[in-house]
Design a protein around this ligand. Structure first.
Ligand SMILES: O=P(O)(O)OC[C@H]1O[C@H](OP(=O)(O)OP(=O)(O)O)[C@H](O)[C@@H]1O
Ligand code: HPA
Length: 170
């Protein structure tokens, strides 16, 4: 089983510079903190690289949800841990590693919206455009086709998360 590079470490880091500057610009008139919500586990690498490049007042929050077994979604989003502060009247940025079927984000957005944040936006480093999920990603990274990808936080049965690039299994 060989791994092929789809998006190199250099391309990822360049894209993150670009996303961070879009985010800086989008929130430039906001004086309150922005709450960046990291969706564990997959987003940990992207979250960590991104927040270091944002020049705003950023607070961290973490949720852990999962729905995949191998490369197949169970269709059921399991919540493993949730926010540790309310998001009412906060500007919230959800940081995801991948939007595939959109099930995970649909679930997260539905519950975060119930908390009445001042604003709720999404960034995702990878997006599969094959599904009609209707999720609006304000700060999109790379659009890819229908390949199961690993690396840079993305796993196949918990493997490959620590690769610095995004690849696929041939
Ligand atoms: O758009 P979807 O089809 O819902 O897929 C996207 C979600 O799937 C992965 O999470 P996973 O359930 O594998 O948990 P993990 O982040 O712990 O790997 C990924 O990190 C996203 O959160
Ligand atoms: O392509 C993928 N790779 C890893 N995890 C995922 N979760 C949804 N899609 C993917």
């Amino acid at each position: 089983m060989a791994l092929k590079v789809l998006i190199s470490e250099e391309e990822i880091q360049k894209k993150i510079e670009d996303l961070a500057s879009q985010i800086d610009d989008y929130y430039k008139n906001i004086t309150d903190e922005i709450v960046a919500v990291c969706v564990l586990k997959g987003s940990v690498n992207f979250f960590s690289d991104l927040v270091k490049k944002i020049h705003l007042n950023v607070n961290y929050n973490f949720i852990q949800v999962s729905s995949y077994s191998g490369d197949i979604t169970t269709g059921k989003v399991k919540v493993k841990s949730w926010l540790d502060e309310p998001l009412e009247n906060k500007h919230v940025l959800i940081v995801e590693d991948i939007v595939d079927t959109g099930n995970t984000l649909k679930y997260i957005v539905r519950y975060l919206e119930m908390q009445n944040p001042s604003s709720l936006e999404i960034t995702s480093i990878v997006l599969k455009t094959i599904h009609e999920h209707g999720i609006q990603v304000r700060f999109p990274g790379f659009e890819i086709g229908d390949k199961f990808v690993v690396g840079y936080g993305l796993d196949y049965n918990e493997k490959y998360r620590n690769l610095p690039y995004i690849g696929y299994i041939e």
